[in-house]
Write a protein that binds this ligand. Sequence first.
Ligand code: X2X
Length: 343
Amino acid sequence: MVFSTRFSRRTLLKASAATAVFGGVSAPYVARAQAAEFTYKYANNLPDTHPLNLRAKEMAAAIKTETNGKFDLQIFPNNQLGSDTDMLSQIRSGGVEFFTLSGLILSTLVPAASINGIGFAFPDYDTVWKAMDGDLGGFVRGEIKKAGLEVMDKIWDNGFRQTTSSTKPINGPDDFKGFKIRVPVSPLWTSMFKAFDAAPASINFAEVYSALQTKIVEGQENPLAIISTAKLYEVQKFCSLTNHMWDGFWFLANRKAWSALPEDVRTIVAKNINAAAIKEREDTAKLNATLQQELAGKGLTFNQPTVAPFRDKLRSAGFYGEWKGKYGDQAWELLEKAVGKLS
Ligand code: X2X
């Protein structure tokens, strides 16, 4: 069922592309703007009101102007082209040309890409941007390229993640015991919530609202900008400001599609995508700092637990040692150089 919907959507896309081509041939007398030479699809999993999509729209318009209409970036927000898992295979095959994906989910293909999500590693945004625009981010981008994908220099902000629930607030690590929590599809997320003795379920973001609504899970974790724009407050009661990890979106490109662009177009596209990332970081950080009051007004009850007991629990469960072993010394040293000693 899901499969056939997706198939027909793809067929429709092909059909409309064909209409555009033949339309041009069969209506030669109609004066029209020069058709774009390159029409590339950019897919993502976020609502179109999220700053990522607002800035993406702005950036697509700038790219069109600066390339004199040569490059047309079409944005498909909100999992319109499928779940993250689907889109990851599409970016690899060329079904979409661009895709923003959390490094933690990308780690199913590029193991090092989840490293910024290590629990309680980053204390604040200053430390995040220094690391992700510096050596740690450079290392991860190198690994992404080795895996055959292209990636823009600037990572986009998702944010520091907070825990919501329909059943109870999370005041300390013990409240996670047996807690049925949705996590994105990624070994690091599952491992971290297992270390808390929770019951994590891997579910793509496309299914999160309904999983919460139907109580398949009690809770989930996401930055406030997503809790707000995806309206998760409609199906959750509590929001615990656990700030348990920082998460960002790498702007990925299909290598063949990226290489097919003339150098001057590629330069304009990359420049505008990276500039939009910087603006989106400012928007999202601001939202994540100010949304608490608005969400409280919509019915979420907030609490702010102390961080130290969570970290201690992860340490005694062997979480840091285990992941240091998985990433290897080189990557772990880059992380600790940015955030201080973890294990
Ligand atoms: O799936 C999620 O929770 C989201 C939207 O934050 C990510 O893309 C990791």
